[in-house]
Design a protein. Structure first.
Length: 283
């Protein structure tokens, strides 16, 4: 087998064409990645695929040049986050009633995931979240402990959750919408998946190079984007907006743990988390 050209770069991996195949790619993890984590993603992706969910089909685990990797079905298209940026720069107005709006589709994709079988999924959502946000920065150890205690107040559920619903993980491929990156799939509360998306919308800070008129346009449509997504999910699932917002603190902390957010965004999220964990209010 041979690597083709690089077709994607993530925080933990690069994606290459696999043996010049038109329909396969290999996701190669950085050399420090642990085999057990790669095996977990392969297992989770296999479970999602066997459930009939719209995901890249996983074929095999490989090792290339000392790096672990997974060979996947190749999915062409653009990410939801790129599509949103295109619409912002084109100053496209939001049609609140459009059934094919991408954020409405995302709500439908997540609801479908949350109805699927959990058989084969071994990860506890709460344990995984506590591990991810277990580092004190920018919080003190006492604040991290309070955040963990806050999570323990949230009612437990046992549904399939994707675990990493940032807007880069939905690929738009014509009429097909494909959810990628199943490393953190778990058994838990679907409200957490939904809250991660809501937090990314409500607390988004556009890159500093964004033109002022584009940023101003984003501020005018931010609430509409939030409403399209959350109203659709609540309608489909019967979950309330309050139940989703109760998951804001841990999901904001999860996003902050990536180290990829701008300082302004981190500051806003940290203030929200501190206010919530001091009150210790959960649904």
């Amino acid at each position: 087998m041979m690597l083709g050209k690089c077709v994607g770069i993530g925080s933990s991996c690069e994606v290459y064409e696999w043996d010049e195949s038109a329909d396969k790619v290999v996701k190669l993890y950085h050399s420090h990645a642990r085999l057990e984590h790669v095996q977990r993603e392969f297992r989770n992706s296999s479970v999602a695929c066997s459930n009939g969910l719209s995901v890249p089909r996983p074929y095999e685990i490989v090792n290339w040049g000392g790096r672990h990797g997974i060979v996947y079905e190749r999915i062409s298209g653009e990410t939801l986050v790129n599509r949103i940026y295109e619409s912002l720069y084109a100053f496209e107005p939001f049609d609140m009633e459009a059934e094919d709006h991408e954020l409405r589709i995302l709500a439908k994709v997540l609801h479908e995931i949350h109805q699927a079988s959990t058989e084969g999924i071994q990860t506890s959502q709460r344990d995984n979240l506590k591990w991810i946000i277990g580092h004190p920065e920018p919080f003190s150890p006492e604040e991290v402990g309070a955040l963990h205690a806050y999570m323990d107040l949230l009612p437990p559920k046992r549904q399939l959750c994707h675990g990493d619903t940032n807007l880069s993980n939905l690929i738009l491929n014509g009429d097909r919408y494909v959810m990628i990156d199943w490393m953190h799939a778990s058994i838990g509360n679907p409200e957490a998946d939904v809250a991660e998306v809501c937090v990314s919308i409500e607390y988004a800070v556009l890159p500093p190079e964004t033109p002022a008129d584009v940023d101003e346009f984003f501020q005018t449509i931010r609430q509409a984007a939030y409403r399209i997504f959350i109203d659709e999910y609540c309608k489909l699932s019967g979950v309330t907006e309050a139940e989703i917002r109760a998951w804001y603190p841990p999901m904001a902390a999860r996003s902050m743990a990536s180290g990829a957010l701008q300082a302004e965004q981190v500051e806003m999220m940290a203030a929200m988390i501190r206010e919530k964990i001091v009150d210790q209010e959960a649904v």
